[in-house]
Each structure stands twice: as C-alpha cells, then as structure tokens.
Design a protein around this ligand. Structure first.
Ligand SMILES: *[C@@H]1O[C@H](CO)[C@@H](O)[C@H](O)[C@H]1NC(C)=O
Length: 381
C-alpha cells in the first residue's frame, strides 16, 4: 500500500516538471530618472525545448517606441525612459507543454508638472468667490503649495499632497494679484502663475478704528513693555505711535504696528497713543503706563560741622515711587536719645562732642531701598 502511493507521487512530479517552463526575470524592480536607460532580462528553463519568450506590459498596454526587445526575446531595454514607461513588465515563456511568466516593475522618477485652473487671468467681481486649484504630477508625488507674489496668503489655502487650492469666499480688491503655484519633488521644482483681477463694486472707504490690546499697566524700572495696536477700516490704515506731550523713549521699536519699550525708566511713564490713519480719517487709542522705581537716596549736607550746643540738621532725600520711608541710624553706634526723624529730616537739637560720627539714611519703598551717609563733626565751643 505504501509503495504504491510513493510511486504515484513520483510520477506526478516528473509529469509536472515536463509540462511548463520556469521563467525568471532579473532584476525584479528598478527605479530610474527620466532619460535614463534600463534593461530587464528574462530566462527560461525547460526540459521541453524550445521556449518562446515574449514581453508584455501589464494590462496589455502597448510597449512604447523606446522599448526594444532583443532578438531571442530575452532582454528588454528601455532607452531614454519617460513617465509612460512606468509600470510592470511581464515576461511570458511558452513551450509546447505550456506557459509561465514572471514580472518586473519599473519606477520612472520625473520632475513635477502643474496644471492650474481656471485659466489666467481670472476675473471676479467684488463679493464673488475665488476658487483656484493647482494639480501637480510627478514621481515621487510632488508637494504643491500656493502663495501670492509679494504678499501673504489670503483666503484659505489648503494643500493635500499633489493638489492645492485657494478659496476666498468673498473677493475684495485686496485679493487681486498674481498667485503662484509651486510643485516640488526630489527631481525638481516647477511654478505656474495665475493672475486674479477683482473688478467693479469699488468698496467704500471706512474710517479706521484703533484699539490697543493691552490695558493700563504698571511696570518696574528696567522692564519691557509691549503694546499691540489693532486697526480696522478700509483702505487698511497705517498705524503710528506717539507719547502724549513727549517724544517716544529713544529705546523704542515699532514692528508691524507693535510698540516695544525696552529697559523702561521712570521718565517713560505716561500716556501712549496709537494713531490709525487712512483716507477716510484717523482714530486714536491710548494706554497709560506707570513705571515704578526703587528710591535713590542722598543726604543734604553730606558733611556738617557744628559747635557744641548747636542743632544738627541732616535731610535725607530720595527719588523713587512714593511712598518712601526714611530711617536714620548711626554707623558704629546708636542715635542720641533726643534725635527726631520727620520725613527724612534728622534733628539733634543740642550737639555734644559725643554726637560726632557718620550717620546713615536708608530710604525704602515697595520696589527697593537705597542708603546715603552724612558725616558730622562737633567742635568744642
Ligand atoms: C493722528 O493722525 C492724524 C492724521 O495723520 C493727525 O492729524 C493727528 O494729529 C495724529 N494724532 C497724533 C496724536 O499724533
């Protein structure tokens, strides 16, 4: 029983081998740039000679004129390849006993091409929609984007791979211009331009409306303040900054209508004005900035010479944001018991020799403190 089965199996294998030829293709796949040449070779093994070899393109598309097949049918050569050569090629081997095939795939890379719709120039009336589309082709698949010559994108612009659109629901004069579609892949870049003309229905000018995004603020000396001004109106207003009754601080900078005040000092406190102007008028918005400063103390006088029995008067003064508190002490000792301190004025009514020495005033406010020294000499009468 066992022997019988084995015999049948063997004879089936032999019969199978004898029937169809075995076809193989080298290489299985290739990637070339447009213009390059490439060859695929096909070989067949069969116990039943001869085998006829034939090359076909998948889906039985016709082979292009730059595809040549060698005399024995084994080598397929594509010279000066072009995008149309992209695809799968089958080698079919046929003998009297049957048919078999193997295939190779060819990828042809090429630089992008774009097609923009509608045709340039595009004329729309004010208020109508603008709808631009750009379709890119190329291998690898290009990325496609839109931008406007000499300006930002307007409307919504979206791009999925190989296709980009610009959509403006209601066109205004500001949407007119030259739009550029760009497609890019590893093989190159291409651009197509399209002009949009917005006609008729001239928009009536409207006066500007300015607003400052920040509200009144308190800053500390050395701080940076950033003031943004937003202006609406048609035509688009120009924005300028000024300071009420004073020039702008010299360290100021203006970028895109935003005012930057660096390293602010006490003198930079005040009211700042954003002025939006267009042909229909102007509008001002203001913001108040207070710059707080720590005190800077001085003693008047810095040196005092009195006779025993006379009064000692030392005045401590300070620049800085009020309220400023003053405290007097004596360096290396204590104040005489009868010393009075009122608003920074130190008064010692009857000087004695022992009152000679250095006195220190400390001025302080919420933002910091500062000290100043005064020297007292007492002479015996
Ligand atoms: C704002 O601009 C208008 C027009 O240019 C001008 O008349 C006005 O004085 C300006 N205001 C300030 C505060 O500069």
């Amino acid at each position: 029983m066992r022997i019988y089965t084995t015999l049948i199996f063997c004879s089936l294998v032999i019969a199978g081998e004898q029937q169809t030829p075995v076809v193989s293709v080298e290489p299985h796949s290739a990637v070339v740039k447009q213009g390059d040449s490439v060859s695929f070779s096909c070989s067949a093994q069969s116990s039943t000679q001869p085998v006829r070899l034939e090359w076909k393109k998948t889906n039985n598309q016709a082979l292009l004129d730059n595809v040549k097949i060698g005399q024995d049918g084994s080598v397929l050569t594509i010279s000066n390849s072009r995008p149309g050569n992209h695809g799968t090629y089958r080698c079919v081997g046929t003998s009297t006993k049957g048919k078999s095939q193997s295939s190779a795939s060819l990828t042809v890379h090429y630089s992008p091409k774009v097609q923009v719709t509608p045709k340039s120039p595009v004329r729309v009336r004010t208020g109508e929609a603008i709808d631009l589309e750009c379709q890119g082709t190329g291998r690898p698949r290009p990325t496609v984007t839109w931008h406007r010559e000499g300006g930002d994108k307007t409307g919504t612009s979206s791009s999925t791979e190989a296709k980009a659109t610009v959509q403006v629901p209601a066109a205004g004069p500001e949407h007119a211009g030259v739009y550029v579609c760009k497609a890019e892949n590893s093989e190159g870049t291409v651009e197509a331009k399209l002009e949009v003309k917005v006609e008729g229905g001239t928009r009536t000018p409207s006066p500007p409306q300015a607003s400052i995004l920040q509200s009144d603020m308190v800053k500390v000396e050395g701080d940076l303040a950033t003031l943004q001004c937003q202006a609406t109106g048609y035509p688009t207003p120009t924005v300028s900054w000024s300071k009420l009754r004073a020039p702008l601080p010299w360290q100021h900078k203006v970028t895109d209508g935003t005012l930057f005040l660096e390293n602010m000092g006490r003198q930079d406190s005040g009211q700042y004005i954003c002025n939006a102007t267009n042909s229909a008028g102007f509008h001002e918005a203001t913001v108040q900035i207070e710059v707080e400063t720590p005190p800077y103390a001085t003693c008047i006088p810095e040196q005092v010479r009195v006779q025993v029995g006379e009064a000692i008067r030392l005045q401590c003064l300070a620049h800085g944001t009020p309220p400023v508190r003053f405290q007097w002490t004596r360096v290396g000792g204590s104040l005489p018991p009868r010393a009075q301190n009122t608003e920074g004025l130190l008064l010692i009514s009857q000087a004695r020799l022992a009152h000679a020495g250095t006195y220190k005033c400390v001025a302080s406010n919420k933002w910091g403190s500062s000290q100043a020294l005064a020297k007292v000499t007492v002479q015996s009468a």
